[in-house]
Design a protein around this ligand. Structure first.
Ligand SMILES: Nc1ncnc2c1ncn2[C@@H]1O[C@H](COP(=O)(O)OP(=O)(O)OP(=O)(O)O)[C@@H](O)[C@H]1O
Length: 480
């Protein structure tokens, strides 16, 4: 097929899909209105006739087919459809439209969520479809991915079945705890659904059979619970979530463990992969391990958030970097900051210097016990310390709303000294959460690090402006 005729076929398929789906939406309108008038979602379901049910199923299955045929195999189409405001795949505009269980709707509003974010409005209809569909989804940091897959898990569990039905795997202990808290909060009014943490330190008696419907944990412990201790029957799992999926795939140990877990699951288990970043090779691998996935993928230039302003500061040594940091603190009010260093040694040194300057500093690095690390993050989240100095251990996922500034005291590089673009994005994404404004400041102290910064700019096609930290007025301006 020539490029032109291929493009034509794609256009036609797309417009047909959009048209047909529009039709479906109109058909569903009366129900939506009913639901909207009862914000807690208690609408309609009880009064449905068998015929309505059949219609719903037919509509759902047709919608699924369209989603698959127009989205599955062609990432570009997803991007197009996502941007087409006329396509219902683009959005559901309210949580009611998702026909969530009333308890969950209550949970969502209880968390202060008024309407779904872009990723939620796009991914949730796919995740909640019947029969369940697989999804690989990318969305910028802090845009509500966690809440999206948590809602999917809570929607799919059957509270009457007293055994694990959803597994959620996170790369770190801290993230597993944080996600668990979101499940607890969102499921506050759904007490029949219980959660258990498969994390180091949570020792269960041998022979025990779990009754909790959701298990969240890190890959090693999760694998042990499934394969070695048999605390749960993997064949009864209906949803499997890989959070920060790219790092789970790119890190050899995590990948082996995750794949071993996946192999124990039933064929029709729904697989949901989420991350803010997916390097190309990882993306390809993900598509190989997830059967027939729906795909939500960002274009490169969409990966960085415009709400996070990015700057760099030129220095000659770590002492000068520290001086620049003090100048920044002297010029602007910083609610809370996260500062990333390349090594534990630098992090320790910097934390000491900042404390001497009178800052309330927390230090978090990889050699600490996981429980200690979780306690440090909790204190920081509660605002007991205003500055968190850390290494990459904390680059991903941690959600602290008050973080208004991220400092890359050292730029992120991989083991070969090349720029680590994914880590850069995750680090700066600790600020600017859910539409808030944020500042990211990069310290450059050599030709080499300037080169790394330039390559990061090129990668994201995003200019990082220079900031002169000797000029207090200039610093004040960027915070304005
Ligand atoms: N619909 C919503 N309305 C308001 N706030 C929301 C909504 N969804 C999520 N949030 C809030 O936005 C913040 C970021 O959400 P979340 O942690 O889910 O983002 P994420 O995309 O998983 O981020 P990361 O890529 O860093 O892991 C959280 O504090 C969460 O409570």
């Amino acid at each position: 097929m020539s490029t032109e005729s291929w493009a034509h076929a794609v256009d036609q398929q797309e417009s047909e899909a959009a048209e047909s789906i529009k039709g479906l939406q109109i058909k569903e309108k009366p129900e939506e209105n009913g639901a909207a008038s009862k914000p807690e979602g208690e609408a309609n379901t009880n009064n449905k006739t068998e015929e309505d049910d059949k219609d719903d199923k037919a509509a759902q299955s047709y919608l699924n087919k369209l989603i698959r045929s127009s989205l599955v195999n062609n990432t570009n189409q997803v991007e197009v459809l996502q941007k087409d405001p006329n396509s219902p795949l683009y959005s559901v505009k309210s949580f009611e439209e998702l026909r969530l269980k009333p308890q969950l709707l209550k949970g969502v509003y209880g968390m202060g969520f008024n309407r779904p974010s872009k990723i939620q409005e796009t991914a949730l209809p796919m995740m909640l479809a019947e029969p369940p569909q697989n999804l690989i989804a990318q969305s910028q940091s802090g845009t509500g991915k966690t809440a999206a897959f948590v809602l999917a898990m809570l929607s799919h569990v059957d509270p009457n079945k007293k055994w694990p039905q959803c597994l959620c795997v996170s790369p770190t202990y801290e993230l597993a705890l944080q996600t668990g808290k979101v499940i607890e909060q969102m499921g506050k009014d759904y007490p029949e659904v219980q959660l258990v943490y498969a994390i180091r330190g949570n020792k269960l008696p041998r022979g025990m059979k779990l009754q909790e419907q959701i298990v969240i944990g890190t890959p090693g412990t999760m694998l042990d619970w499934c394969a070695k201790f048999k605390f749960l029957d993997p064949k009864k799992i209906c949803v499997f979530v890989l959070d920060e999926a790219d790092v789970m795939i790119a890190t050899q140990g995590h990948q082996d463990q995750s794949i071993r877990i996946q192999r124990m699951l039933p064929k029709d288990c729904q697989m949901l992969l989420f991350s803010a970043t997916f390097e190309e090779t990882v993306w390809n691998f993900a598509q190989r391990i997830v059967p027939e996935p729906n795909i939500i993928k960002l274009k490169r230039e969409e990966e960085t958030l415009d709400t996070i302003k990015q700057y760099y500061v030129l220095c000659n040594s770590k002492e000068e970097k520290f001086e620049a940091l003090c100048n920044i603190y002297g010029a602007i009010t910083i609610a809370q900051a996260m500062i990333f260093c390349h090594t534990r040694k630098t992090a320790g040194w910097l934390a000491g210097e900042l404390s001497r300057e009178g800052h309330q500093v927390a230090l978090l690095s990889g050699e600490m016990q996981v429980e200690q690390r979780a306690a440090v993050i909790d204190r920081f989240r509660d605002g007991k310390e205003k500055v968190l100095v850390t290494t990459n251990v904390c680059a991903r996922g941690i959600d602290v709303e008050q973080v208004s500034v991220v400092i890359n005291f050292d730029l992120p590089v991989d083991k070969d000294g090349n720029p680590d673009n994914e880590t850069y994005l995750h680090r700066i994404g600790r600020t600017g959460r859910f539409g808030k404004r944020g500042l990211a400041i990069n310290m450059v102290d050599s030709k080499m690090s300037m080169n790394i910064l330039n390559r990061i700019q090129e990668h994201f096609n995003k200019k990082i402006e220079r900031l002169n930290t000797d000029d207090l007025d200039e610093i004040e301006k960027i915070a304005g």
